[in-house]
Every structure is written in structure tokens, then in C-alpha cells.
Design a protein around this ligand. Structure first.
Ligand code: FES
Length: 177
């Protein structure tokens, strides 16, 4: 059955019956995740499989990857999409090699997020939600990342960068070039 999914990024409806294919090694990795949960609770493996396998392998959560997981976990595609669209850690479109996620929630906001965002976007020449032309950087604005005590902060890949200043940002961006 076709999936019909509006994304928060494009407001377009994407429809595809394509099902992703993965190598035997990746399937074995998925099976290892699945074995951590009772057989009747396959759904519990959904978040790890989305994040640690499908997004890593395909670069983002696409229709074909979702269709695969729905079959693999005996779920409806809507079950997979309702999880994938809930958490900002899932990329619903392709992102750059370095995905910069800036926290825009209250503590970070009052501790300097607007200056941080302006500085990063100014240096990269993009707006939040965009990717640089060379495909190296994507900037996204996300809700609280649970590091309010060290605001303002951002996440790049799986790493947190905290107590941000413009000087720190310059060093971080330089190290990623
Ligand atoms: S408000 Fe930014 S990490 Fe919580």
C-alpha cells in the first residue's frame, strides 16, 4: 500500500511504493537489534532501527526506508511515519555532511540563541532549514535537547556543543571544514 506523507519541511505529499534494500550485513545488524526485544514487541525496535540503521545507511528517513521497516516490523507505514515525524533527530529530507541542530527553546533563547544562529548562518551563507551548496552543512532549529544548564547549545551529529560563544563557534566550524 502506498504511503502518503506530508513533511514539515516541504508541505508536499510524497507517495511511493518503493521498498529499500539492505545488504545481508545490515540485515544481520537489524536482526541483532530486534533480538533485544520480546518477539511480540517488535515495534520496540522501531526507534533504534530508524536512527541507527535506516538514517545512517540512507542519510535520511525516506519513503523506501519507511516501507522497508513497516514490512520488517509488521507495522503499517503510518505507524513508522508517526514516530519518524515526531522526533527532530530523524531527518525527513537529505541533510549535509554536518547537521547542525541549534536549540531554540527558552533557556537557549534567553542565553543567546539568536546571536548563535545568526553567526552560524552568516558564516555559512544559509538560513535555518537550508543546506550549503557544497552539501557540507545543514542548519536546523530544534526544540530543547536537554542541556538547558549549559545554554546556549547545539548538536552536530551525535556531539553536543555547549556554553556557546561566537569564538567557540568559529573554532567548531573551522574544525569541520
Ligand atoms: S532549552 Fe536548550 S537545551 Fe534545553
Amino acid at each position: 500500500m502506498a504511503a502518503s506523507v506530508p513533511t514539515s519541511y516541504t508541505d508536499k505529499v510524497i507517495v511511493s511504493d518503493e521498498v529499500a534494500e539492505f545488504s545481508p550485513e545490515i540485515i544481520a545488524e537489524m536482526n541483532a537489534h530486534l533480538e533485544k526485544y520480546p518477539p511480540e514487541r517488535k515495534r520496540s525496535a522501531l526507534i533504534p532501527l530508524l536512527l541507527l540503521v535506516v538514517q545512517r545507511e540512507r542519510g535520511w528517513i525516506d519513503n523506501a526506508g519507511v516501507n522497508f521497516l513497516a514490512k520488517y516490523l509488521d507495522l503499517e507505514v503510518t505507524d513508522v511515519w508517526e514516530t519518524a515525524t515526531f522526533y527532530s533527530m530523524f531527518n525527513l529530507r537529505p541533510v549535509g555532511r554536518h547537521h547542525i541542530q541549534i536549540c531554540k527553546t527558552l533557556s537557549c533563547k534567553i542565553m543567546g540563541e539568536p546571536e548563535i544562529t545568526g553567526h552560524i548562518c552568516g558564516k555559512l551563507g544559509i538560513h535555518p532549514g537550508e543546506t550549503t551548496e557544497d552539501g557540507k552543512f545543514t542548519v536546523s532549529m530544534v526544540e530543547c535537547l536537554g542541556s538547558c544548564g549549559t545554554a546556549p547549545m547545539m548538536q552536530i551529529g551525535f556531539d553536543y556543543h555547549e556554553d556557546l560563544t561566537t569564538e567557540k563557534l568559529d573554532k567548531i566550524l573551522e574544525s569541520l571544514k
